[in-house]
Design a protein around this ligand. Structure first.
Ligand code: NAD
Length: 510
């Protein structure tokens, strides 16, 4: 079984861990000669080396998935359900082990990592209901002696390409519905934190998932493009940044695949003057800096309406010195490091950029970052941000929260609707009528009313609008089941001499 993370000091002394592919139910060492580093971001040291797949290795994984498909597809729904209950039990049993892997490679604090696993488990639980979810429709006597019914069938081999920020949960959004619908799967996780996926593969095998049904290949653009162009893959789910999501959607669909590609975000939180400002400030700090801002549903821009601004900025500023930044393995840490040194430096560069563009640096996270080699940055608050600034336009994906001030509700909604992203949005107000109007007005896929991170529960579907999603169907929930199946309608008649005759006319339903 894949090793679970140990304390950073113990790890530093160890040899680099090699992270291999998982093909046809076994660990397979890469042979391409290409690989990438995996770090412990809190210590700032490399802990592993992950194999990067060649085109041939991707082909091998796809072939394994293709060979496994006919038998997996034929497994009864009751047996699949039994396996899914076992998967659920095993993931639950190992939730702490998985969380430790996430903290060790991604850096998020352990409590947050446990939350990630918990939200992933909810998707597995939803998939335990697959017999109900795949129920079709039936019409008796549509015409005399003729019945019509609809069924949904799996697509074949599906692939998932996932980002670094949710190394366990986002893959679960994909493989759980895909497998429960009867597909086989090839997962290409982020090369920055790949171990959780291999660990999951071992759990799935233990739960009784047959060899070849779930495969993991690591890599970079070479692996992704090989997946997008492979004729043996029927559908691709992608979650990551917008430029790559667009590339995945365009390339995948031009190669005849069904694609859902979820992209980046710039999530606004609107605070109206009548809002409970303490509640809004707590929410802004939690949603802006949780997981060091490396969440696609993180709040990155506060829109203070009317005279809400001064009080809101004051309340947030007061809370920031109390945010404990540190190694995610330590129990009192509330915010961990960023995923890599390069990313930390890029995020930090936005602080000077913001100041140069005319924003006010209320709190500079460089001043509160813990020392040492870890990829840390403290919490940063920028006030007086304007929509034309890069700190407003770019997805910074770090602990940098901006505040922009507007005079009216209409102006706030216009800002959100003009933004090219449309993943999540929140409004804080005590006025139910305004909140209801907001849900009607706003062009965003996931809306929170006094809720800052409105990630839908597993029995609804997750997805943004505009540049936050390329494709038609959202991920997991009912739309996930739709994505991983296609419909078939059967019109049937059984031999009945009373209704049998030659009729060359177009079939009529009477
Ligand atoms: P990323 O786009 O850099 O990488 C995502 C995946 O694409 C990885 O598996 C990576 O190996 C692959 N990839 C990277 N560059 C590629 C290229 N040039 N060609 C082909 N494949 C390539 O994203 P990331 O940095 O890992 O994750 C952060 C991003 O993901 C943020 O933009 C965040 O908003 C987004 N995200 C979105 C959601 C959502 O639900 N909309 C959820 C989580 C993360």
């Amino acid at each position: 079984m894949t090793e679970v993370a140990e304390a950073p000091d113990a790890r530093r002394a160890q040899e680099l861990k090699r992270i291999a592919h998982w093909i046809n139910g076994a660990s397979v060492a890469g042979e391409s000669g290409r690989s990438g580093p995996v770090y412990n971001p809190a210590a700032g040291v490399q802990t592993g080396e992950v194999d990067f797949a060649s085109v041939e290795e991707i082909d091998r994984a796809v072939q394994a998935a293709k060979d496994a498909f006919p038998a997996w597809r034929a497994v009864s729904l009751s047996r699949k359900t039994e396996i899914f209950f076992r998967i659920r039990a095993l993931v639950d049993e190992h939730r702490e082990d998985i969380a430790k892997i996430l903290t060790a490679e991604h850096g998020k604090v352990l409590s947050d990592a446990l939350g990630e696993v918990a939200r992933g488990i909810e998707v597995i639980e939803f998939c335990c209901g697959i017999p109900e979810l795949l129920k079709g429709g039936f019409t008796e006597q549509a015409s005399t002696g003729i019945d019509v019914y609809s069924i949904r069938q799996p697509l074949g081999v599906c692939a998932g390409i996932t980002p670094f920020n949710f190394p366990a949960m986002v893959p679960m959004w994909m493989w759980a519905p895909a497998l429960s619908c009867g597909n086989t799967f090839v997962l290409k996780p982020s090369e920055k934190d790949p171990t959780a996926s291999v660990y999951t593969a071992e759990l799935l095998k233990e739960a009784g998932v047959p060899d070849g049904v779930f495969n993991v290949v690591h890599g970079d653009k070479v692996a992704v493009d090989a997946i997008l162009e492979h004729p043996g893959i029927d559908a691709v789910s992608f979650v990551g940044s917008t430029p790559i999501a667009r590339h995945v959607y365009e390339t995948g669909t031009s190669h005849g695949k069904r694609v859902q590609a979820l992209g980046g975000a710039k999530n606004h939180m609107i605070v109206l003057p009548d809002a409970d400002i303490d509640m809004a400030a707590d929410a802004a700090v939690s949603a802006g800096y949780g997981s060091a801002g490396e969440r696609c549903m993180a709040v990155s821009m506060l829109v203070a309406v009317g005279d809400a601004g001064d009080e809101l900025v004051g309340a947030i500023k007061e809370r920031l010195p109390k945010v404990k930044v540190g190694d995610g393995m330590e129990a009192d840490s509330e915010m961990g490091p960023l995923v890599t040194r390069e990313h930390r430096d890029k995020v930090a560069s936005y602080i000077d950029k913001g100041r140069d563009e005319g924003a006010t640096v209320v709190t500079d996270g460089r001043e509160s970052a813990p020392g040492g080699e870890g990829f840390f940055l403290g919490v940063t608050l920028l006030d007086d941000v304007k929509p034309e600034m890069d700190v407003y336009k770019d997805e910074i994906f770090g602990p940098v929260l901006g505040v922009t001030r507007v005079s009216t509700y209409d102006e706030a909604v216009r800002l959100v609707n003009e933004n090219p992203y449309g993943n999540g949005v929140a409004i804080f107000t005590r006025d139910g009528g305004v909140a209801r109007q907001f849900q009607f007005d706003v062009n965003v896929g996931m809306v929170g009313i006094n809720v800052p991170i409105p990630v839908p529960v597993a029995y609804y579907s997750f997805g943004g609008w505009k540049n936050s999603l390329f494709g038609d169907l959202h991920i997991y929930g009912p739309e996930g089941i739709q994505f991983y199946t296609r419909g078939k309608v059967v019109t049937s008649r059984w031999p009945d001499p009373a209704t049998s005759k030659v009729d060359l006319g177009f079939p009529q339903t009477r």
